[in-house]
Design a protein around this ligand. Structure first.
Ligand SMILES: C[S@@+](CC[C@H](N)C(=O)[O-])C[C@H]1O[C@@H](n2cnc3c(N)ncnc32)[C@H](O)[C@@H]1O
Length: 303
């Protein structure tokens, strides 16, 4: 299976941290190079600490990032527009999702509607590029996005086809659904984690939305030099696939960091794969190369 050896290597890399005798937040501070979030002061007097309820209701919203998506919300279904890379990548990521989730839920991958009877949430669904094929494969899909305009476009587009008009689109966040105690068989957040305020808190919310024994899928971009060269310099400045400033390199996560924060959120990563672009064919394919774009599938291992 794809990337089993990569996974074994990642597990080895992350294991010492999990066994470490250091307090968890101490380790977190040392590894949080990717986050610009202010660090808690270790010397802060106890009386100034926020109450537990405040900690739990942290927001995943990064207003600067959301403004970028609101500005181009009308282009979601323009296959030649700023979301062209997602449209072109969609069949490849759906192949990974179909194969891992069919195996996870014991479904027939050759069936036309393998996800019948399962409830999925697509977190940060944008215009519904992923939600729609998931609904066509039989899943009961809830698509959520923090940008109201995205949800309106997604709803309008889904209403054009009876096989997608049942998608429940909501302008909300993962943490708000957690407050409402919603649970899903599978939680998907593709190309979203690099745009949220705090990846670790976001993963806690994704985990809380996943039923015990359910599946979580996250795709993102590696914080590697190759990703800087291709996903930012080439895609934004040379080929103009994406508007300049779409991605901040410092907001990317390495696979090791993603495995670690998911482990801490009770999600065990089972499989990981890279998406690799072939400039000659203009197509993406699944690969063991996770140095730029990658996807991770994990299972929820506690209640
Ligand atoms: C790059 S797009 C990915 C869209 C979709 N997941 C896909 O892959 O086709 C990122 C989306 O995440 C949404 N988003 C960013 N931060 C969010 C948050 N904290 N909660 C919910 N949605 C968020 C943005 O509005 C945008 O639609």
């Amino acid at each position: 299976m794809i990337s089993k050896h990569i996974l074994a290597r990642l597990r080895t890399l992350t294991r010492p941290a999990c066994r470490s005798s250091q307090p968890l937040n101490q380790y977190k501070l040392q590894t949080r190079r990717y986050s610009d979030a202010p660090l808690p002061s270790p010397a802060a007097p106890a009386s100034t600490s926020p109450p537990a309820a405040t900690l739990r209701s942290k927001s995943s919203l990064n207003e600067t990032e959301l403004r970028k998506f609101a500005a181009i919300s009308e282009t979601w279904w323009d296959a030649e527009g700023p979301f062209k890379p997602l449209h072109v990548m969609n069949p490849t990521r759906l192949a990974f999702i179909r194969s891992t989730l069919c195996r996870h839920f014991g479904k027939d991958p050759n069936s036309s509607r393998p996800f019948e009877g399962l409830q999925f949430v697509d977190v940060g669904c944008g215009g519904g590029i992923l939600s729609e094929p998931l609904a066509r494969m039989g899943a009961s899909v809830t698509g959520i996005d923090a940008v109201e305009k995205n949800i309106k476009i997604a709803q309008l587009h889904a209403d054009l086809d009876p096989t997608t008009s049942s998608i429940d689109y909501l302008c909300t966040t993962a943490e708000k659904l957690v407050e409402e105690q919603r649970k899903f068989d599978a939680v998907l957040a593709l190309e979203v984690i690099e745009h949220v305020a705090d990846p670790a808190d976001f993963c806690e919310s994704l985990s809380a939305l996943t039923k015990y024994g359910g599946a979580t899928l996250i795709s993102t971009i590696n914080r590697s030099m190759r990703a800087y060269a291709t996903a930012i310099v080439v895609a934004e400045y040379i080929l103009h696939w994406l508007p300049r400033g779409t991605h901040q390199w410092s907001s990317f996560l390495t696979p090791e960091e993603l495995v670690l924060i998911l482990q801490r959120a009770s999600i065990s990563i089972e499989e990981m794969a890279g998406f690799v672009y072939n400039p000659l064919t203009g197509r993406w394919s699944l690969s063991d190369d996770i140095s730029v774009n990658f996807i991770a599938y994990g299972t929820k291992n506690s209640n």
